[in-house]
Design a binder for this molecule. Sequence first.
Ligand code: ADP
Ligand code: MG
Length: 673
Amino acid sequence: MPKLDDSVMYLKGVGPKRAELFKKLGIETVRDLLYHLPRHYFDFTAPVSIAETLLEEQNVVEAEVIKKERPAMIRRGMTIYRVLVTDGSDDMTVVIFNSQYQFESLEVGGSYIFCGKVTGTLTRREMSSPLIQPAAAERIQPVYPLTAGLTQNILRNCLKNALLAFKPEEVEILPADIIKKTGLLPEAEALRLIHFPNKREDAAPARRRLAFDELLTLRLGMAQMRERNRRSTSYSMKTPDMSGFTGALPFELTGAQKRAIAECAADMEKGSPMNRLILGDVGSGKTAVAAACCYIAAKNGAQSVLMAPTEILAAQHFESLKGFLEPSGVRIGLLVGSMTKKQKEKLVAAASGGELDVIVGTHALFQAGAEYQKLGLVITDEQHRFGVEQRAALAKKGSDPHRLVMSATPIPRTLALMIYGELEISVLDELPAGRKKIETYAVTGKLRSRACAYVRKEIDSGGQAYIVCPAVEEGAADLKNVTDYAKELGRGEFSGYRIGVLHGQLPPAKKEAVMKQFKDGELDILVCTTVVEVGVDVPNASVMMVENADRFGLSQLHQLRGRVGRGERNSCCILITDNVSEESRKRLKILSSTSSGFEISEADLEMRGPGDFFGSAQHGLPPLRIADLAADTEIVALAQTTADSLCDTGRITLPGCAALRGRVEKLFEAASD
Ligand code: ADP
Ligand code: MG
């Protein structure tokens, strides 16, 4: 019997050949196999009678084979096998394509479970290519992710053997008192039940335990990163008199901004690097907070770098910071990939020579060979595009600079604690005074021409408009795509208006040019994809129309509409969708009823619409295989308090937590692959 960390090759029924196949699934050891979890289960526990089966739906039926018909070859390489079955309520034809093996394994008079889609009519039912199990087999069967050459049966058998390969204490990573206190299953029990639940309800507590492990290790790993960041920095910065900064601003800072700036200033005074997230709603004024930090750094003789995910955003941040900071003598430069070699060289020289205090840019900031001699502050405009590892790598540039992260989307605090676990958090939960509410309407395509009339009226009175579509080139027929749609509008509703097109596949220089035209008022309408989602600022744009609005996540729509309502004009956002399902209506209603991004992300989290980032890889965390940050809120909270108490008491460093520490290391190893 192999041990946990032995190769799966030594498991009964595996061997070197199959071990190669397992490797394709990322399974090398017996332990890996144990954590290869079922994607879902076939549930054969609740068969219905044939008479009760629903047409055009998946049904589970338990029936007896009464007749096997002669195989029919319908063409070369395609044989159809028909089997007549009954359960007393009615009979049904089971159709099997090509699988002679499956056909032959059925015995007349034998009882089987058939699971598949039922078609035909109420009097002549058919089930094609069903899953077939002997009636006596286990009624709940795990279904695993597979690779060619492996079958569900092979995996199930190997797992049965793997579950015999260890003693419970060998897989346990939690101290006994924590298991007791949290009411979680022991690890060994959880593993057994996740693979082979006796009844449907068994899988839930098993999943709960394994999800808890994952979130706990994640949180502990983040805490570890945070601890590592608590080194000393040579950039302990005295907070200067801030009136030079505030006096040059065209507005009064909000209370939340003042609070966030004070928190940053306190961090930067300490002898260890700041690691702070500014978590704020769209339009809450994160840039001004970032500018204040640059001001503090500059007054302490240190350089700051602000990194944005796109050139458009970088250029815009550059403009904003210039406005905020140049009046007080802070020197600013812009460095992006599309600049000429000469321009870059000039900027790099200025940065290296200490002639610039703040350098704004994209990834190019760290590629152009710039040496920032006195790099004291690194700011990233996050947009969920930089992963944990990248964030850590950025922090290694320079000699432990302070770090500030600006969040893209407001998210609930518990979630922020998980996703940005290695950072302290300042929340900007207040919008600048005098912000006008963006009126939001959801309408069907029938009202499109009225919406267009409204948009024309807005433009005629001096405003500008965004028209947002989900796809770029001709995708699914029912989706408006930017290029065609712009042409269509130019010929129809908006003939005579100046229309620009913006999407992610344009070359950067072209994007810049279009954006600049729109900003300078040379375009009336920007037909675009979500490229504009990320913080573009054109105060004169006062109306936005979103096509196929149901294709976007709620948080994404909130981001999008944040592009209007930035200036003096009353603004509105028209969401167009022909999806009138209850679900879709409910989602869009939330947007018209609240303007709080935090509330919207909470709802997004509950409802899980399309494009939501909670379920995807967008949050930049190590891959979560079991836990679901959105659905498992209770486990997330439990894992958080458990992890925090282990850290605060120092217990995590004791021998009793060695297994847990090992798991934490493994999680982050996997993330950096
Ligand atoms: P976000 O938090 O979405 O990045 P920005 O930093 O882009 O928001 O700010 C949005 C707009 O609000 C900008 O035009 C900015 O100049 C303005 N702004 C920021 N702070 C204030 C304030 N305290 N009062 C009025 N306007 C402000
Ligand atoms: Mg912003």
